[in-house]
Design a protein around this ligand. Structure first.
Ligand SMILES: Cc1cc2nc3c(=O)[nH]c(=O)nc-3n(C[C@H](O)[C@H](O)[C@H](O)COP(=O)(O)OP(=O)(O)OC[C@H]3O[C@@H](n4cnc5c(N)ncnc54)[C@H](O)[C@@H]3O)c2cc1C
Ligand SMILES: *[C@@H]1O[C@H](CO)[C@@H](O)[C@H](O)[C@H]1NC(C)=O
Ligand SMILES: *[C@@H]1O[C@H](CO)[C@@H](O)[C@H](O)[C@H]1NC(C)=O
Length: 672
């Protein structure tokens, strides 16, 4: 056995501090799990790469309290299409919204550079460490793994550390060329910036050259397109798919131009020089994606290494002619070939995982890399985190990661292939024939590209049955639980329901109690409440909540109170507020008593929205948005990642059995 500078244990070891790795680390920080992130670079990215965020990603960041990402990003509200006319001159053929109304309260794409998001995530991870009971999740630079081994005999032992990894430390000087941080195969990355000393640095720990041995319960490879972890897992984990010959360039410039649509997302297809897509960004910057070759024509002697920024801008000028475009400031540029591939396995023996670009790569134009990558680990993080804390049954929950995310990756690649194909058309005939198709594609695309359309298949976590559909038409198991505005029963203040449901590891039971002014309905709701409070909740151990999650909510908390049930219960009813006296009429499970703090006022809401129109007050209920009956209601069980797990009825006795079975299959009970 070689000698190591140290041997240590950690519950979760994450390789790579890109968006995927940091999102995973954020879950660990919030759940109070002992975890480490190791990264080969010394500092976060300073320019280029991913630049856009979609609605679902904003919702996820917001659920961790990172609402500043939305405020600070450029909101891209519109898209335009430019096509050649009969004479080959480009003209605007249409202008459409770059979003779909009603999908999310974050109703469009936002652009912001990857480094900014990474630094927000790092800050949030560090902030969680201020909780005394929470170990700090450290992000260390200048480290790469050098060997990986799994002890198969220990896999079934939940207390064991079956993954053995050696980590190699090196010094700044020997850092692998920062430019090689590519997610598109061997793309060239250039930035006109020098390295800025004010940027956050990762922790530099051991002595260069040292090799340490780490034993981990779970190991997550978020190390990008050239993933070392994937290679170490062997042939079976190879990505499969295609590399196209077409070469594209990307650049961030401050444009000097007379093109009118420079501040909206524009897709320009020309007969004279190929295609181009432009996306407005922060600080007057614009990202241009420029097609350099289509990979088909014979004059295709160009290789990536020959690409220069001058070549990119000349091509852009040809495509945009007779408009002119130039720049005096270039922030970053790159050239790449499109690689559309994904892996067959995201998981090895429930202990080693791949996420983000390490398991799927595609072209950046569909702008999905960072979104999908962060969502991979948003799906995985709570599962392994709660498993480390002994709160969930790992054998039930952990396999759902591979199942759920693999399908998303496959859809992503199919989507990207179609999108790239439509954008790459270059003969006038092809362009005009595909013009309608491109627009229709773009119109339907938001459901997919916003991430809101994701629909996880039926599994132990996602119980799909026909009864459920009848009860809550628009609240479908497998989809994310949508946010609606509800009114605090106690004080009349309006809240986004999502703001009451932060990512803190808890499961939630949303009791849509219906019209509880009706005695029979109220009886059903109270019977359910009593059962939830007296029978269900006491079955499972409590969870230690990180108060940082609630910073924005300014909730009063005492240290001793941080232990809360792992299931949080909400009541959202449709009765007029005046007809219900909560203390008298509603079971105390919905407003628990605390000896020091009195009754709870945070969990009962009314769904009635009072709108005024022509001086007449109209009451309409958000139940309609959920597709729930306003009299009888429904019960929605929500997973810690905000996806609907199950829908059942309020009053039926079988409902209690179903709820109980669902939680028993997922959660570790107190009695075993
Ligand atoms: C030109 C360009 C434009 C793009 N545009 C977009 C866009 O508009 N929208 C979009 O969503 N995406 C875009 N992407 C893709 C996006 O950057 C990635 O999809 C996203 O960053 C993936 O996140 P990740 O965490 O999986 O991987 P990465 O961001 O690649 O992070 C991997 C991390 O692991 C580290 N690492 C790698 N190997 C090791 C090792 N052996 N040991 C330790 N650490 C290691 C790397 O240094 C890196 O920090 C673009 C990419 C490029 C190149
Ligand atoms: C996320 O998705 C949106 C919408 O498709 C896209 O415009 C944006 O560029 C994506 N973000 C990243 C980082 O890919
Ligand atoms: C609801 O109202 C009560 C009483 O004013 C208040 O204490 C509580 O914080 C409110 N909760 C929410 C979520 O609005």
């Amino acid at each position: 056995m070689p000698t190591y500078s140290s041997v240590s244990k950690v519950d979760v070891l994450i390789i790579g501090a890109g968006p995927a790795g940091l999102m995973c680390a954020l879950w660990m920080a919030r759940l109070g799990v002992n975890a480490r992130v190791v990264e080969k670079r010394a500092t976060p990215v300073s320019a280029g790469q991913a630049d856009g965020i979609q609605s679902r990603t904003f919702e996820i960041l917001d659920s961790f309290g990172l609402d500043q990402v939305w405020r600070e990003s450029t909101h891209v509200k519109e898209a335009t299409f430019w096509d050649p006319d009969e004479n080959g001159k480009i003209h605007r053929s249409s202008r459409v919204p770059n979003s779909m109304k009603g999908l999310s309260r974050f109703d469009c794409t936002g652009t912001i550079h990857q480094g900014v998001i990474e630094s927000f995530l790092i800050q949030a991870i560090r902030a969680s460490a201020s909780v005394p009971s929470h170990p700090e999740v450290i992000i260390e630079g200048n480290i790469t793994p050098s060997s990986l081994h799994i002890d198969e005999t220990l896999i079934d032992d939940q207390d064991a550390y079956p993954v053995m990894v050696t980590l190699k430390h090196f010094d700044d000087a020997s850092v692998v060329d920062a430019k090689s941080r590519g997610n598109i195969d061997e793309s060239l990355h250039k930035t006109s910036f020098g390295d800025d000393d004010s940027k956050p640095k990762y922790l530099q720990n051991a002595q260069p050259g040292a090799e340490e041995l780490v034993l981990a319960k779970y190991f997550v490879g978020c190390d990008g397109a050239h993933s070392w972890v994937r290679k170490a897992l062997g042939q079976e984990f190879r990505l499969r798919g295609e590399t196209t010959e077409a070469i594209w360039g990307a650049m961030d410039i401050i444009p000097v131009t007379d093109f009118p649509d420079i501040r909206v997302r524009s897709m320009v297809r020309s007969t004279s020089g190929g295609s181009l897509m432009m996306i407005p960004r922060e600080n007057k910057l614009v990202r241009l994606y420029i097609q350099l070759t289509d990979g088909l024509s014979t004059n295709c002697l160009l290789t990536r290494s020959m690409v220069t920024p001058e070549m990119l801008i000349e091509t852009a000028q040809r495509i945009l002619s007779p408009y002119t475009i130039d720049f005096t400031y270039i922030h970053w540029w790159s050239a790449y070939q499109i690689v559309q591939r994904s892996g067959d396995h995201f998981d090895k023996q429930g202990r080693i995982f791949l996420a983000g670009d390490a398991v799927h790569t595609h072209s950046p134009k569909a702008g999905q890399g960072m979104n999908v990558s962060m969502q991979d680990t948003y799906n995985l993080g709570w599962k392994i985190g709660l498993a480390c804390k002994g709160l969930v049954r790992p054998t039930a929950i952990i396999p759902t990661y591979d199942m759920e995310r693999k399908l998303v990756a496959k859809e992503l690649i199919a989507f990207d292939r179609k999108f790239s194909e439509l954008l790459s058309m270059h003969s006038a005939k092809d362009i005009s024939e595909s013009s309608v198709e491109l627009k229709q594609f773009f119109k339907k695309a938001p459901l997919f590209t916003t991430g809101i359309g994701v629909n996880y298949a039926s599994s132990i976590l996602t119980v799909v049955d026909d009864e459920a559909y009848g009860l809550a038409k628009y609240t479908v198991p497998g989809k994310r639980f949508a946010s609606c505005q509800v009114t605090n029963h106690s004080d009349g203040r309006v809240w986004e329901l999502h703001h009451r449901m932060p990512s803190d590891g808890r499961f939630r039971i949303m009791v849509f109690g219906g019209n509880i002014a009706d005695a029979e309905q109220r009886f059903g709701v109270n019977t359910l409440g009593q059962w939830l409070g007296k029978t269900l909740i006491p079955r499972y151990p409590p969870i230690n909540i990180c108060p940082i999650v609630d910073r924005r909510l300014q909730t009063v908390r005492f240290q001793s109170e941080l232990m809360t049930p792992i299931i949080e219960i909400f009541l959202v009813h449709t009765a007029p507020r005046d007809q219900i006296d909560v203390l008298r009429d509603v079971d105390s499970t919905y407003h628990p008593w605390h000896p020091k703090l009195g009754w709870d006022y945070d969990h009962i809401f009314t769904a009635s929205r009072v709108a005024t129109q022509d001086n007449i007050q109209l009451t309409q209920s958000v139940y309609r948005d959920y597709g729930i009956d306003e009299e009888r209601g429904a019960v929605v069980l929500v997973r810690p990642d905000g996806y609907v797990g199950m829908v059942t009825s309020v009053a039926a006795k079988e409902a209690r059995t179903k709820i109980c079975n669902w939680f028993d299959s997922l959660l570790q009970g107190l009695d075993n």
